[in-house]
Design a binder for this molecule. Sequence first.
Ligand code: IVH
Length: 668
Amino acid sequence: MGAQDVAARIEALRHEIRDADYRYYVLDDPHLSDSEYDEKYRELVRLEAEHPALVTPDSPTQRVPGTVAEGFEPFPHPSPMVSLNNVNTEEDFREWVVSGNRFLRSEDPRRYSVEPKIDGVGLELIYENGRLVTASTRGDGLVGENVTTNARTIRSIPHRLRGSDVPPWIAVRGECYCRKDDFVEFNRAAEEAGERTFANPRNFVAGSLRMLDSSIPAKRPIRYFAYALGGVRGASYATQAELLEALAGLGLPTIPETRVVADADAVVARYDALVAEREGLPYEMDGAVVKVNDAGLQERMGMRIRSPRWAVAWKFPAQRALTRLLAVDWNVGRTGVVTPRAILEPVFLAGVTVQHATLHNLDQLERLDLHVGDEVEIERAGDVIPKILRALDDRRTGAETPIEIPSACPTCATPLARAEGKVALRCGNFACPAQLKGHLAHLAGRGALDIRGLGDKQIEQLLREGLIKDAADLWQLSLDALAGLERWGPKSAQNLLDQLETAKTRPLDRFLVGLGMREVGERGAQILARAFGTLEGVAAATLEELLDLDEVGEALAESVLTWFGEDRNRSMLERMRAAGVAPTPVAAPSGGAFEGLTMVLTGKLEVLSRDEAKRLAESLGARAASSVSKRTDLLVAGPGAGSKLKKAEELGIEVIDEAEFLRRAGRS
Ligand code: IVH
């Protein structure tokens, strides 16, 4: 084949494969057999391998790339990705209808689009001249994460739009989700292969989108539905129905169960029908989204700060089931709190088999008056762990037995103390293996150092074998010691050592999360890391310096001081440092409009909420502080600003208003 023929053949194959993907994933109407498809795919892979110069990012082969990202870039959305207000009952829904009338003339005909609320993860797709250029998660609504590489692996997301009416620029919004049957099958196969399983489809999808190695989501059954617009050039849509039709025409999958109905009564009827259809539909939904259909009316109704007035999420009632309480076991968490957990006779509820329920504390046990052997009603709302609503005490046979409350730690036998207003049981032994295990699991977890191959089982084993006594010991592990353990070999041992090596330089904020100080979650750790730069910096922070940080309250500040004040913590950090653990300092994102500036916000903001403004500033490199001092570089002052404004003026600090702030942030 000549060079031109090759190029033409490659294009033809791409066209056929895209078409086959579209028919399979969007229309649900395949026209090629699996083997015909595979044959074309393999030919394309081969030709591209022979002619690497002809590979383009929108080639179907690029859905299975081998790239590993370092992290996700922040992505400012072209317009805020709003969320919806919720209603739970028909009464609330009708109230929402009436409240919307204030913005409309009485003669306005109000049709509604009633759509399943897909229980997945929101994703924005931007197409330029018909080509997918970015995919981003919602983030805080203003700035999301750029997950394009992962999104490209989702086969129902077209790399190129179809049809003759492709607008030059369009931001499409929709939901990534996993079908119930695909989810069950994925978990089954994972379990069989001894791999990680997932609690529910939503977590599965959220985790997959945030994988750094995109070959992982490429192997997962994730799909997409488009349902809204983030902006468009060169086109306009008069109604939601017209928009959805246009999106479908562009080759995007839309939700088949969407209906446009004539009035509020018809919305209620359609909602009831969706509740009834719920079990039988292939995907999980957690409610209905009701949108005013007419775009002109939408415009007139307008927005609240974070949500449009013209749309509402009408949640489904939580699903309930009856089962039996078989036993209660007691778990010691990393802070030493001992919590009960109900073990239930397995029951299928809302798409998953439930075998456990949370029982928060002793108080709740007493309130429910639970007995082992009781028949109980449980409820599962959204993706939360099921809870027990009540015991059916009129069905007791007399064979039920009271729940025994342990007086000693189930792990280390230390006598338990009742703390926190007597609702929590606590094991006060810092060296309790269960607490240690909890600490280590937290440190190795995905929100912290993300040490793969160090799961609960491995941690238990290392503790049991006496190879580690605290987190610092992890970096003293040797290949020989690990490889000699039961179920380990040289390969898995080396893998863990490699993981530990990589973990040494994880970003400081993730390291701080991993230390497990009370009150210091993801956000708190980020604030500390940005403000003090290094671990030594955080360790040396004074109470005043901590309290000076925006969003840092007394509880967090005290917790940090207490943690670093404890000898055993300091010595653990010292041993980590000696072993080469050196968290990477977290610089504010670079290249932003406010890079390196210390900013204070004061007065009333009109477009953004305080929180949104702060996050926006931070995403563009600023450090947000709560009080004006010599170190302040910029004050954003809204109406009603008082003492901070005065002080800034005295100190000669630059003061701008919200409009100017938005302009500098590139938002107006
Ligand atoms: S519309 C103005 N439609 O529910 C339009 N959202 O808080 C904004 N969702 O974060 C969203 N199914 O991720 C819309 N058919 C649907 C939806 C839907 C699921 C999610 C979406 C959003 C949340 C609403």
